[in-house]
Design a protein around this ligand. Structure first.
Ligand SMILES: Cc1cc2nc3c(=O)[nH]c(=O)nc-3n(C[C@H](O)[C@H](O)[C@H](O)COP(=O)(O)O)c2cc1C
Length: 147
């Protein structure tokens, strides 16, 4: 049985390329072995993360509990959790979205301001934005298939 979990959090330090690279590398190492796919959105030079995790319920739940304890971020806030019949991010062990590079009108369509604030966005709307980003080439990643 598959689930998709969406959360937002705030980085403890300003988000730099090295932090994102480290998280993506950890995700690639772990997620392939555990059947997890997803997308990590961040504002480089800002502090907002938003991440979707998909996979088996026990795997997603275990990873989320691990992520919540990660000292590199705080205010980890569950936005949405649902059983799904198919993955939306099957191409990405952990794709990444640079929110500074996303078309502002795309963000504006879903939110009050052109700066994404997932903490004030209804979970389903945040998810709709992510799904749109996944179909508009805004998600980048190595895209190796799952083992
Ligand atoms: C914003 C954020 C997103 C993360 N996403 C993942 C992920 O998708 N997969 C993963 O294995 N670790 C992810 N991590 C790292 C985990 O929190 C944890 O450090 C990693 O799984 C290693 O855990 P371990 O040392 O207990 O093995 C993320 C961390 C942060 C701060």
């Amino acid at each position: 049985m598959l689930v998709r979990l969406l959360y937002a959090s705030r980085a403890v330090d300003t988000i730099g390329a090295a932090l994102i690279d480290a998280i993506i590398a950890e995700s690639h190492a772990h997620n392939g072995d555990h059947g997890i796919t997803g997308v990590l959105c961040a504002y480089p030079q800002g502090d907002v993360f938003m991440q979707a995790l998909e996979g088996a319920r026990n795997e997603v739940n275990r990873l989320y509990q691990n992520i919540v304890r990660d000292p590199r971020h705080t205010q980890v806030t569950l936005l949405d959790y649902a059983e799904i019949s198919e993955r939306a991010f099957a191409n990405w062990r952990m794709g990444r979205v640079d929110l500074n590079r996303v078309n502002l009108s795309t963000i504006l369509r879903y939110s009050e301001r052109a700066q994404l604030d997932p903490f004030s966005l209804p979970g389903k709307r945040a998810l709709a934005l992510l799904l749109e980003l996944s179909t508009t080439m805004s998600v980048v990643g190595r895209g190796e298939p799952l083992k």
